[in-house]
Ligand binder design. Structure first.
Ligand code: URA
Ligand code: SF4
Length: 206
């Protein structure tokens, strides 16, 4: 399973964004509404990588436009950034979900290692075109896509770490909490959110 044959070589971002709709690199295209490519200026110095589109993103075709996106926007503002300063994308371009009751948002399922690996050529192509100063991994799925499956976000978040191997080798990265973790948090919600803002501030100043 790989997206590789669907990724046009030497294509610009707009061409890639069109080509992603032809991808059959893993089975996730079958049940999703559409692929969701990254969005934001091609000149961005920061690329933010989430996990995969959620229910809203799958419907609208844009990354981080649902509840997690609202948390992200708020955190970016508090860190002195706006969505115009960053290119936002996901490790996996199609929504993996469990069917829900009618009228309810579908339930997100964490993509597996094979899907993350299959979809990585799209992320590599985006990051290569943009060539940012820093890759910000939002959550474990993004961090593992970039650093490999052994990466532990709880240990290594909030620090600038160059990728040691793989297609992003040598590129500066910073891992932080996924905005959805703020939504899921209970008693420690303020703390989890403050951690996200603090890490984004480090990214903004990097
Ligand atoms: N969560 C993600 O990881 N990405 C999105 O685009 C939306 C929610
Ligand atoms: Fe292709 Fe990624 Fe969608 Fe799988 S999830 S079909 S690899 S774009």
């Amino acid at each position: 399973m790989t997206a590789e044959p669907y990724v046009p070589e030497d294509a610009d971002l707009d061409t890639l964004r069109e080509a992603v709709h032809t991808c059959r690199g893993c089975p996730l295209y079958r049940d999703a509404t559409q692929a969701v490519f990254g969005a934001g200026p091609s000149t961005a110095r920061l690329v933010l990588v989430g996990e995969q589109p959620g229910d809203r993103e799958d419907i609208e075709g844009e990354p981080f436009v649902g509840p997690a996106g609202r948390i992200l926007d708020k955190a970016l503002t508090e860190a002195g950034l706006t969505r115009d300063d960053v290119y936002v994308t996901n490790a996996v371009k199609h929504f993996k979900f469990q069917r829900a009751d009618r009228g309810k948002p579908r339930i997100h399922k964490t993509p597996g290692r094979t899907e993350v690996v299959a979809c990585a050529p799209w992320l590599v192509a985006e990051v290569t075109r943009i060539d940012p100063d820093l890759l910000v991994c939002l959550g474990a799925t993004a961090a593992k896509s970039i650093h490999g499956p052994a990466f532990r976000i709880t240990q290594d978040r909030g620090r600038i770490i160059p990728a040691a191997t793989g297609p992003f080798e040598g590129r500066r990265t910073l891992a932080t909490t996924h905005p959805s973790a703020v939504l899921r948090a209970r008693d420690d919600r303020d703390e989890v959110y403050a951690g996200l803002v603090a890490d984004l501030r480090i990214a903004a100043e990097a």
